[in-house]
Design a protein around this ligand. Sequence first.
Ligand code: FE2
Length: 275
Amino acid sequence: MDDKALEQIRQWFMEYLASFEMEAGEDRGNIELKRIHTIHVEDNAGLIALKEGMGDNDVLLARLSGLLHDVGRFPQYERYRTFNDGTSVNHGELGEQVVREAGVLEGLPALPDLPDLPDQEREAVLACVRYHNAYSMPDIEDAMALRLLRVVRDADKLDIWRVMAEYFESPPEVRSPAVVNHLEDRPTYSRKMLHDLALSRQCRLGDAGVMNDIKFMILSWAYTVNFSSTCRLMLERGLVERIAITLPRHAGIEDAISSLISHIRGQAEGSGTNL
Ligand SMILES: [Fe+2]
């Protein structure tokens, strides 16, 4: 894997994306949101791999996995007009299918100079696409696939926190409902989800009933982060604070957030993987 191969695959991605050109308005905005998210996740993945001391090839493969991780979002949105996997399709599995069918990692006909990736690297990147959105780490044995998947899952969460912080900070009239799975912005929340967050557990999307519950869910991901570098980046970017400040004022919520921030600070002071 080298920079040139990554650039060629990036070119393929941009052309693939152009096939989902939408009319102006909400649909175009939703596709654009995922395009920008993809760029950030690629950068985050490269940064985390670098900060964790991974070799040049791993850094490039992490970037490639970040670039391709959400490729299934585009056909998902085109077909179902939603990003909710539960009511449409698993976008990780769909993304793997897209990459396999297009032969992106096996020398595209349109890219004759692109060398085939070695089998292990190709399967590791495909595992990242397939499993980046799984509730927990899958039971896979290949060390390279595990390493890259941990990086991509962290890189993805890091950017989702950015996307959501910007979303909650923006005026309601410019927010696209698809971003929060069409959940209403009401001043209530799920007691179960707050309870899970307070117990340092990962919240489940299925328990979410209003927009505030999405905040609990994404904040709870901080308990599943794989690398101390990711925690340092979260703190540097002030992401938890930006999301937490939009939650209702309630002592139980404030306690859960304080514990969460203490946890992130503790992990940020460590080194390497905290698994
Ligand atoms: Fe993503």
